[in-house]
Ligand binder design. Structure first.
Ligand code: NIG
Ligand code: FE
Length: 418
């Protein structure tokens, strides 16, 4: 007997399946292939995709009843929900004054050195109650979902004490229960807490006291390896201890200066390394070889008015698996929209529209170690699907600064927006 579809999406002008790469991310020329089916149809039962192909192929495999919800996608693009694999979702306050200071010439690191930047958000996040953080974060998650993001990563890192970091991670856990967007939690060692005299003292405290408390609350451990923040040796100490405790690893690497962070990520087999604006040739070779996913954040380069963007096309031609993310945070990239990141990736890093789309779907799923369940439209995968009111996939980064997503289906359910 043929399985019955609860939901069927028919006749998409382009159905982007991104299929065939659940085992390994797309690299090199594979990133030009979106697994595109013309006039595609997709069938869903409960929260799972049960058929995918042309209309005739799908109807040969599944049956429909009068209860089957039919969505006509004629003239539109259907693809997997976006995956945002690097965000600082939970924070108190905002930093529009620093935005203005930077326009007048102050640098991100100048502001951080004078006690602003991340430390500004640390003060507001410590002062906020869990309920307040939940309320503001739910608003951000609503925007993300409306703009097509169905899974996001979320970091702590604005607490810098055991209790305040745990507060952020508890908020992330509650948000995951409350909201349709799936959230993957990361403990971020973001900067030295002001209460500590030296960075090394703080690093020792993180290793001996904080990491054990964060176990079970976060899947990943991440560190901001940067000039004036944590050096390569301190980053190695924290990430090695985290790995020994069973955390998977991520790193903020080579964003403002080349710190050899990519090489560290490769040597520790980190799942991903983010930013990489100043990665060296050696760093590119090392992460291409280790399989560490490069999570590029052109939104932060843009918003910090940097002259240097990550060398995306060089990385892709060298065999690095590239993903893209918003880095949503109140300082260096205050946007929930992954759609504008696609535009920046194409315009500023010369990625092709198809490479950019791979980078926010199947490769972003790999960057979160979730490619077995999300990131492509294939039988057996989670029914996280978006329908865009655009005639073809190139239109997604082309028609920018607006929401091209018309319908979001999360776990097989059509989402309602007010
Ligand atoms: O990824 N680089 C460090 N962390 C964030 C910025 C956080 C902030 O400025 O609050 C980033 O860009
Ligand atoms: Fe970040």
């Amino acid at each position: 007997m043929k399985p019955t579809a609860d939901l069927i999406i028919t006749n998409a002008n382009e159905l982007l399946t991104l299929s065939g790469h659940s085992g390994k991310p797309k690299t090199g020329k594979q990133m030009n292939d979106l697994g595109l089916i013309k006039d595609g149809t997709l069938a869903v039962s409960e929260d799972t995709i049960i058929a995918c192909g042309t209309y005739d192929e799908v109807l040969a495999e599944v049956s429909t009843t009068s209860d089957t919800i039919q969505v006509d996608a004629t003239g539109k693009v259907v693809m997997p929900g976006f995956i945002d694999c690097h965000t600082h979702l939970v924070f108190g306050g905002s930093r529009e004054d620093e935005f203005e200071q930077r326009i007048k010439g102050a640098s991100y690191l100048d502001i951080l050195r004078s006690g602003g930047g991340i430390l500004n958000t640390v003060r507001s996040t410590r002062a906020a109650s869990k309920a307040e953080l939940i309320e503001t974060s739910l608003g951000h998650l609503n925007t993300m979902l409306e703009f097509g993001t169905t899974t996001t990563e979320a970091k702590s890192g604005y607490g810098l004490t055991i209790d305040d970091e745990l507060k952020q991670l508890q908020v992330i856990k509650e948000l995951n229960d409350l909201h349709s967007v799936d959230i993957i939690p990361t403990f971020l060692v973001h900067t030295k807490a002001p209460e500590f005299k030296s960075k090394q003292e703080y690093v020792d405290f993180v290793i001996n006291n904080m990491l054990p408390e964060m176990q079970g609350m976060a899947e990943y451990c991440d560190i901001f390896c940067e000039q004036d923040v944590f050096d390569i040796e301190q980053s190695r100490q924290v990430l090695t201890s985290a790995k020994n405790l069973g955390f998977k690893l991520m790193i903020h690497a080579d964003q403002l200066t080349d710190m050899c962070g990519a090489q560290l990520a490769a040597s520790l087999q980190a799942t991903s390394a983010s930013h990489l604006d100043h990665i060296s040739q050696k760093g590119i070779e090392k992460i291409a070889h280790s399989g560490t996913i490069a999570v590029l954040i052109p939104g932060a380069s843009f918003f910090l008015r940097s002259d240097t963007y990550p060398p995306a096309t060089k990385m892709i031609s060298s065999g690095v698996a590239v993903a893209l993310a918003t880095d949503f945070n109140p300082g260096s990239c205050p946007t929930e929209s992954i759609q504008i990141i696609l535009t920046l990736a194409c315009v500023q890093m010369k990625m092709s529209p198809s490479q950019a789309i791979c980078a926010v779907t199947i490769n972003a799923a790999h960057a979160l170690d979730r490619a077995d369940t999300i990131g492509s439209l294939e039988v057996g995968k989670q029914a996280d699907i978006i329908i865009l009111d655009v005639p073809n996939y190139k239109f997604i980064p082309y028609h920018f600064g607006v929401n091209n997503v018309e319908t979001v289906i999360k776990n097989g359910k059509i989402m309602d927006f007010i």
